[in-house]
Design a protein around this ligand. Structure first.
Ligand code: G
Ligand code: G
Ligand code: MN
Ligand code: NA
Length: 254
C-alpha cells in the first residue's frame, strides 16, 4: 500500500511532529499540563491529522515504532523546555494497545526518560481501557515499574470501552479522562449529566483525578467546575498548538 510505505519512511525522515493541547485546572484556571498529539507532515499532503494514519499504523504494526518516537520526542521536548527554565507541568502521550502487546513499552519509556534526563513526574501516559482489558501479570509489572519511575498514568476516553472496572483497583492509575462524547451531552441531556457525574464520583472515591475532554462551551465549564472536576481540556480553552505557540502560551503565563 502507498500509505503504508509512506508511513514506513516517515519516522526516519523526521516527518512526524507533536502539537500540545493545554490542560487547565478548574480551581484557579491555570495551565497544569499538555497532551501531546501527533501530526504527520506528509510531503505533498500538508499536515495530516492522526485519525487519517493511526489506524493504518495500528494495522501494520508500525505504531510500535511511531509510538516509540512519540515518547522520545515528548521527553526531549520536556527536557528542552526545562533546560530553558520553561515548566510545562506534565506532558501526556497516547499509548496504543499494540504498544503493550508487541512493543516493549517499559523499555521505550524508561530509555527515553534516561536519554533525555527528563524531570521526574513530568511524563504521563494515556492508556485506553482496551489496553488494560488484556491484563496479564506482565501488564501489571510494566505499569508498576513505570509508576515507580515517576510516570503518571491516566485512562483515556473513559467510559467508552469495556465495562469491567476491576482494573481500576489492579493497576496504579492516577487519572480518568471523561470521553468527550459525554461532555458534549453535559448541560444538554440528563443522560450525559448522569454519566459524567457517575465518573466524577467513581474517580474521586478512588482518589483519582478526573479530567474532562472536549470542553467547548462556558456552560460545560461551569457545570464541571460546580461538580468539582479537576482538569479540563478542549477548544473552549485552546486547540492543540505547535511548539512555538505552546511556548508563547507558557511564557505569557503570570
Ligand atoms: O489530535 P486529534 O484530535 O486529531 O487526535 C485524534 C486521535 O488520535 C485521538 O483519539 C488521539 O488519541 C489519537 N492520537 C493522537 N496522537 C497520538 C499518538 O501519538 N499515539 C496514538 N496512539 N494516538 C494518538
Ligand atoms: O482521544 P483523544 O483524547 O486522545 O483525542 C484528542 C483529540 O481530541 C485531539 O485530536 C484534539 O484535536 C481533539 N479535541 C481536543 N479538544 C477538542 C474539543 O474541544 N472538541 C472536539 N470535538 N475535539 C477536541
Ligand atoms: Mn488522549
Ligand atoms: Na480521549
Amino acid at each position: 500500500l502507498e500509505l503504508d510505505s509512506a508511513l514506513r519512511n516517515a519516522v526516519t525522515r523526521g516527518e512526524f511532529v507533536l502539537h500540545y493541547q493545554p490542560k487547565v485546572q478548574l480551581a484557579g484556571g491555570h495551565v497544569v499540563g499538555f497532551e501531546a498529539l501527533v501530526r504527520w507532515n506528509r510531503p505533498g499532503h500538508g499536515l495530516v491529522p492522526p485519525n487519517d494514519f493511526i489506524p493504518a499504523l495500528e494495522e501494520s504494526g508500525l505504531i510500535t515504532e511511531v509510538g516509540r518516537w512519540v515518547i522520545a520526542a515528548a521527553c526531549e521536548q520536556i527536557s528542552d523546555w526545562s533546560a530553558r527554565g520553561i515548566d510545562p507541568g506534565h506532558v501526556s502521550v497516547n499509548v496504543s494497545p499494540r504498544q503493550f502487546v508487541t512493543g516493549d513499552l517499559e523499555r521505550d519509556v524508561l530509555g527515553a526518560l534516561a536519554n533525555h534526563h527528563t524531570p521526574l513526574g513530568a511524563l504521563e501516559l494515556e492508556l485506553t481501557e482496551s489496553s488494560l482489558m488484556t491484563s496479564t501479570e506482565a501488564t501489571i509489572a510494566t505499569l508498576t515499574h513505570l509508576k515507580d519511575a515517576g510516570v503518571q498514568l491516566s485512562i483515556d476516553d473513559f467510559g467508552t470501552g469495556y465495562s469491567s472496572l476491576a482494573y481500576l483497583r489492579r493497576f496504579p492509575i492516577d487519572k480518568l479522562k471523561i470521553d468527550r462524547s459525554f461532555i458534549r451531552e453535559v448541560a444538554r441531556s440528563s443522560d450525559g449529566d448522569a454519566i459524567t457525574l457517575a465518573i466524577l464520583r467513581l474517580g474521586h472515591s478512588l482518589e483519582l483525578e478526573v479530567v474532562a475532554e472536549g470542553v467547548e462551551t462556558a456552560a460545560q465549564l461551569q457545570y464541571l467546575r460546580r461538580h468539582e472536576c479537576d482538569q479540563m481540556q478542549g477548544y473552549y480553552f485552546s486547540p492543540p498548538l505547535p511548539v512555538r505557540e505552546t511556548e508563547r502560551l507558557l511564557l505569557a503565563r503570570p
